[in-house]
Design a protein around this ligand. Structure first.
Ligand code: ATP
Ligand code: MG
Length: 976
């Protein structure tokens, strides 16, 4: 038996557990109306997975659970188990016996399925019974009142029955699954194609962008390499140019200064000269007046003299010897006077000349002395000026020799938290510079920063750029340092103690902690000796510095002394101030000396012209003296010839006219000489003044030129400095490089060409427009995704083709199997029809023979002697018979392990019931029949009969009955 057993519990009217064992091939189920027979067929279909509530005669699924009666409570669970014999492997599983169970819980509405007590899905149950003829569409389980459905349904609806009979359901299901798969594959494919299309849209622009980005990077790299070198060249050239311009500016400035001094000196000299000139003019005027008056005197005296001389001439020609002698004597007296007078004047001139010469010698000596001092002082002044410019440079860039410090401070604004350098943020009080410098010592060039992170950042920068080293002092690590109270008392009682170093420093409040950290425990003393005493008293617990910068260290070691280059940034300013003070003083001295030298020179000039005049006078007088002498001598001879022998000539010196005349001439000569000297002097002064005026004008013109040059230089310098700053900025902001590092990256190139190339590249880069730097990686990503998806698409297309192939194969099998099965059934049908109808004919027809897979199925029947056009015109019994004919044809042509009929023969007449029942009972081909019936004809043909009763009202129960007992049921109910 295929169906060995049904177990029901809580299902519809079967409230109690009921087991029906089937041991005969044809089993009848009998019982009065409403006793629960049909519930058994419902149970069968339900256990096999029936989902249609309507076909189970309910409104909702829970209607299948026993609902209770007047005397019994409803139950909560319905359960039906079918036990199937699988020794013939109708079911495609290895088990010999298969148990199918379905259970439903009222409360949760939860349904459960089990195959061989193992929970499973509905689908598993359906798969299990597929193609066994137990399916939904088969005729193997015909519910009450549905037998005529077959005839009444549409050709397309009938098709399922034949598919079930042909055993193609599993292929159909598989095909459906494959179609589902195909559908999903196609959907995936469509989606994939959409994505691919979208990617295609992206990939080309991205490819272009990536190419552009690569080109951009290439050009940028080239630009960078070239531009860095160009910038380095530019910076080098500009620095050199700025140096040269500075030098030029300095030279121009010095030239201007010299010019100004020269003009100043010239103007002062001119002023002196003008004064002298007017003085001389006055003196000359006076002298000329005197000259006129003396000339008048001379004229008058000469007239008297001429008168006397006339008289004397006459007397000499006419007079006696005695008178002649008298006259000669008078003449002799005159000439003697004149001779002596001139003689005296010569000797006076000589004295005066000697004195002037002596004076000149002294002046020269003094001049040489002053000149030497001038030279010495000037040289010293120059040295001071040099030192001053060196110091100025140091003050303006104090970290020239600390490359690391310089680098960081130059780029200070690009760093976070870099504040300054110790030597600049702490400002010592006046005259404490040396002391504080020594106290700070090694920390002088430490860079003050906010915290350790900012220091790390800056150090990384120095390392990357190879720009030297620097020490950093984060404010966050600075702690306050103070002098212990006890030590303070000791200090205050010591000689020469001035205080704690930190007290002598001014600083911004934020650096107060730094000040205390570096200097809070350093003491300041006046002298080294006192410092030693203090150190001893404090047991060398503190570092002590003196005002001169000597140090007594905590280990007792001492340092001091002085070197040329010991200046620290702190002492620089003071030193510069000192040097500038000195320059001022020395300049004054030098100017004074210069004036002195100039005045000595002018004095010497005056004296030398006087000397020359004296020499001229002397030279003029000498022949006059000689002439007077010879005249005197000749007169003396004449006198002695005339005078008696032995008479001594006595010369009177009291000739007033002659002496007056001599005095007048002397005066005239003196005046003339004076005038000459003064005129010469006046002339010289005039020329000199004019020369100086001209020189001043010339210098002023030159100064104007210098001014223009200076302005040009300033403009040039500003331009060069701006360019330099630009270049440095570009290096640091664009390439994050210091100049020093950039120099190491320099390549050999022609600067002019490189500059041209830089411009070209910049234009080319600008022409590229917007650049998507992500493009290469995006392109890479998109194109690899595209490739991947293309592969996937190929895979999907392959899968699709395989599915299509499989579907084709299945279609072929289905067509073949369907057709074979259909033909076989058709071949049987006419026979079966003729048997049941006692004549006539019947056949099946494919509505569309060209579409075996979908075609509906028509039935063409002609009962004996009738001409039926339409199946609906058949009677109820005829309809049942046609369905039964088809069922029997199916049974003949293929194996159906189980048939369950619920009153299918109800509408047949007795003769036909008999035929029907006989057919079943004689159909020994391994099929099992379970028939619910009221018809004795059927009952008689059954191998075994079960009676369903409701001993307890509303609750079905079952028992095996004999034929007569079964017939009794009918009688009781008064049936046929
Ligand atoms: P007939 O010979 O008239 O076809 P039958 O023996 O086939 O009658 P069934 O249709 O099997 O009768 O049984 C119907 C009976 O089952 C009804 O009386 C109904 O009350 C009962 N029944 C149906 N569902 C339930 C349920 N959930 N709980 C209790 N009883 C139920
Ligand atoms: Mg019934």
């Amino acid at each position: 038996m295929f169906l060995k057993r049904i177990e029901l519990q809580g299902f519809k009217s079967f409230a109690d557990k009921t087991i029906i064992n089937f041991d005969s091939e044809v089993v009848g189920i009998v019982g009065p109306n409403g006793c629960g027979k049909s519930n058994i067929t419902d149970a069968l279909r339900w256990a096999l997975g029936e989902q249609s509530v309507k076909s189970l005669r309910g409104e909702k699924m829970s209607d299948v659970i026993f609902n209770g009666t007047d005397t019994r409570k409803p139950v909560n669970v319905a359960e039906v188990t079918l036990v199937l014999d699988n020794s013939k492997h109708y079911l495609h599983v290895d088990y010999e016996e298969v148990e199918i169970t379905r259970r439903l819980h009222r409360n949760t509405g939860e349904g459960e399925y089990f195959i061989n007590k193992t929970p499973c899905r509905l689908k598993d149950v359906k798969d299990l019974i597929m193609d066994t003829g137990l399916g939904k569409d088969s005729l193997s389980i015909i519910s009450q009142g549905t037998v005529s459905n077959f005839v009444e349904s549409k050709p397309e609806e009938r098709r399922g029955l034949f598919e079930e009979a042909a055993g193609v359901s599993k292929y159909k299901k598989r095909k459906n699954e494959s179609l589902g798969k195909l559908n999903r594959t196609q959907e995936n494919l469509d989606r994939l194609e959409d994505i691919l299309l979208e990617l295609e849209r992206q990939v080309n622009p991205l490819k272009r962008q990536a190419k552009k980005a690569a080109l951009y990077l290439e050009k940028k790299k080239e630009l960078e390499t070239i531009e860095i070198s160009v910038l380095v060249d530019e910076i080098e050239t500009l620095t050199q140019k700025i140096d040269e311009l500075k030098k030029e500016a300095f030279e121009l400035e010095s030239k201007k200064a010299i010019h100004e001094t020269t003009i100043g000196v010239g103007e002062a000299k001119n002023l002196d000269l003008k004064k002298e000139m007017s003085q001389l003019d006055q003196e000359i005027n006076k002298l000329q007046e005197s000259f006129v008056s003396v000339m008048n005197d001379i004229q008058r005296l000469e007239a008297s003299k001429t008168e006397i001389d006339e008289k004397r001439k006459y007397a000499l020609q006419t007079a006696t010897n005695e008178d002649k002698l008298k006259e000669i004597k008078a003449m002799l007296e005159e000439v003697t006077y004149e001779y002596e007078d001139r003689q005296k004047r010569v000797s006076d001139l000589k004295v005066s000349l000697a004195s002037k010469q002596e004076k000149d010698r002294l002046l020269l000596e003094e001049l040489n002395k002053q000149r030497d001092s001038f030279r010495e002082e000037s040289a010293y002044l120059n040295r001071l000026k040099n030192r001053s410019s060196v110091l100025e440079n140091l003050v303006s860039s104090p970290f020239n020799h600390q490359q690391g410090v310089q680098t960081i401070m130059n780029a200070k604004d690009s760093f976070m938290g870099i504040l300054g350098v110790v030597s600049l943020v702490l400002k010592p009080h006046d005259s404490y510079e040396q002391a504080i410098s020594s106290a700070i010592a090694g920390a002088m060039y430490h860079i003050v920063c906010e915290d350790e992170m900012s220091a790390r950042h800056a150090i990384t920068y120095l390392k990357k750029n190879q720009s030297g080293r620097a020490t950093f002092l984060p404010l966050s690590v600075c702690r306050e340092r103070v002098l212990n109270k006890e030590h303070q008392i000791i200090c205050e009682n010591m000689n020469g103690y001035l205080g704690v170093a930190s007290e002598f420093v001014d600083c911004d409040p934020i650096y107060q902690i730094l000040n205390s950290y570096l200097l809070g425990n350093v003491l300041v003393c006046d002298t080294l000796a006192n410092a030693n005493e203090l150190a001893k008293a404090l047991r060398y617990k503190y570092k002590i510095v003196t005002m001169d910068g000597e140090t007594v260290n905590r280990d007792g070691s001492m340092s001091g002394g002085r070197s040329k280059s010991q200046s620290s940034p702190m002492t620089l300013k003071k030193e510069l101030k000192d040097v500038r003070d000195q320059i001022e003083k020395r300049q004054f001295t030098v100017n004074e000396l210069d004036t002195k030298v100039a005045s000595l020179n002018s004095k010497r000039e005056t004296i030398s012209s006087e000397i020359v005049q004296l020499q001229i006078d002397l030279a003029t007088l000498t022949p006059i003296v000689d002439a007077k002498k010879s005249k005197m001598d000749s007169l003396r001879v004449q006198y002695e010839e005339l005078a008696p022998k032995g008479e001594v000539i006595e010369i009177s010196h009291e000739d007033t006219l002659i002496s007056q005349l001599s005095d007048a001439y002397k005066k005239r000569d003196e005046i003339t000489s004076q005038i000459k000297i003064k005129r010469e002097r006046r002339m010289k002064a005039g020329t000199e003044s004019e020369r100086i005026d001209m020189q001043i004008r010339q210098i002023r013109r030159e100064t104007n030129v210098l001014n223009t040059q200076q302005k040009d230089v300033e403009v040039e310098m500003a331009k060069a400095e701006a360019n330099l700053e630009n270049a440095l900025n570009r290096l640091s902001t664009h390439y994050e490089m210091t100049y020093e590092f950039a120099r190491t990256q320099r390549i050999d190139q022609d600067t002019a060409e490189a500059k041209k190339r830089v411009l070209e590249l910049r234009n080319e880069i600008a022409a590229l427009g917007n650049i998507n730097l992500e493009a290469p990686s995006q392109y890479e990503e998109v194109s690899s995704r595209y490739e991947f998806l293309t592969h996937q698409k190929e895979d999907l297309v392959n899968a699709k083709n395989k599915i299509l192939e499989a579907i084709d194969e299945m279609d072929e099998i289905m067509i073949k199997q369907f057709k074979e099965s259909f033909d076989a059934i058709n071949a049987q049908l006419n026979d079966e029809f003729r048997k049941l109808f006692g004549g006539g004919r019947a056949s099946l027809k494919l509505v569309d023979p060209d579409d075996i897979l979908n075609t509906g199925i028509d039935i063409d029947v002609q009962p004996p002697g009738k001409n039926i056009q339409n199946l609906t015109l058949l009677s109820g019994g005829e309809k049942s018979l046609v369905a039964i004919c088809v069922l029997f044809s199916i049974l003949r042509s293929s194996v159906m392990p189980l048939c369950v009929f619920d009153e299918v023969e109800a509408a047949l007449d007795t003769a036909n019931v008999e035929r029907f029942a006989k057919y079943i009972s004689h159909f020994k081909d391994g099929s099992q029949f379970i028939v619910v019936t009221h018809r004795p004809g059927t009952m008689e043909q059954c191998d075994a009969l079960y009676g369903v009763t409701m001993k307890q009202k509303g609750v079905s129960s079952l028992l095996r009955v004999q034929l007569n007992e079964a017939l009794d049921y009918i009688d009781e109910k008064g049936g046929q």
